[in-house]
Design a binder for this molecule. Structure first.
Ligand code: FMN
Length: 226
């Protein structure tokens, strides 16, 4: 298994969100290396507010089953709101394109609601990944800054996975049943669940493996001032 690390520009461009993983687990040491990298993330006033729970094996299976059960009962209760309907304009168009490419790669037709639901539920099966990290945070003020710290941590975690030949996908949906996850993992209500990351080895033979989301040009995101 890969122990060499990629150079930075390769790492950034090689990273992608796989939606199918091999069952092969990482070793404890491999996971620890990634966690050690992520620990170097910047945070507001160096508060380091990330509280991370890694679920593997039985714990991960129990979580997956419980989240699917809750979801079937229509009991989504994330700590932070999420609604596709909030997207508008270009943001909405990009989100639609992302969904279209995913379902197309899976061969699921737009009107096939049963298969689309099945594809959605794959989130709670961690896309077959052997591990999932649940990213919890304390609550400070309106939580915007602490959430951005968790984002910093997540990106370092994802880039470390990519550099080392592993892969991960951040998932808002893993935060949809926050109470259930807290209960199963024994996490205090003091900590809120922002999202989760399924990780392991990407499955190179999966139909979704070659899906790569495009990026808009730099000049559409950045305004220069002299
Ligand atoms: C905070 C966050 C939450 C996400 N939640 C989900 C999710 O619940 N399910 C999913 O399939 N993808 C999820 N994604 C993955 C995005 O769709 C993906 O990052 C985006 O389409 C860009 O593709 P790339 O990561 O392959 O470059 C999430 C990404 C981020 C950053």
């Amino acid at each position: 298994m890969s122990t060499t690390t990629l150079v930075f520009d390769e790492t950034v461009r090689n990273r992608f969100s796989p939606r199918s993983f091999l069952p092969t687990p990482l070793t404890e040491e491999q996971i620890y290396q990634v966690l050690s990298d992520a620990q170097y993330s910047p945070s507001n006033c160096n508060t380091q507010p990330w509280h991370v729970h890694i679920a593997s094996g039985k714990a991960k299976d129990t979580l997956g089953q419980a989240m699917i059960q809750k979801d079937m009962e229509g009991l989504a209760k994330p700590d932070f709101s999420f609604d596709y309907a909030d997207f508008y304009g270009d943001y909405f168009t990009r989100s639609q394109e992302q969904a279209r490419m995913y379902y197309e790669a899976l061969g699921v037709a737009r009107e096939d609601s049963t298969k689309r639901h099945e594809a959605y539920l794959r989130n709670f099966r961690f896309f077959g990944a052997p591990h999932a990290a649940f990213l919890f945070m304390p609550s400070f003020g309106d939580n915007v800054r602490v959430a951005s710290d968790i984002g910093m941590y997540a990106q370092t975690f994802l880039l470390s996975l990519a550099a080392r030949g592993y892969a991960g996908i951040p998932q808002t949906l893993l935060g949809f049943h926050a109470d259930t996850v807290r209960e199963i993992l024994g996490v205090s209500e003091q900590y809120q669940l922002l999202f989760g990351i399924s990780f392991g080895y990407a499955d190179p033979n999966a139909p979704t493996h070659h899906v790569r989301m495009k990026r808009i040009p730099v000049n559409e995101s950045v305004t220069f001032h002299d």
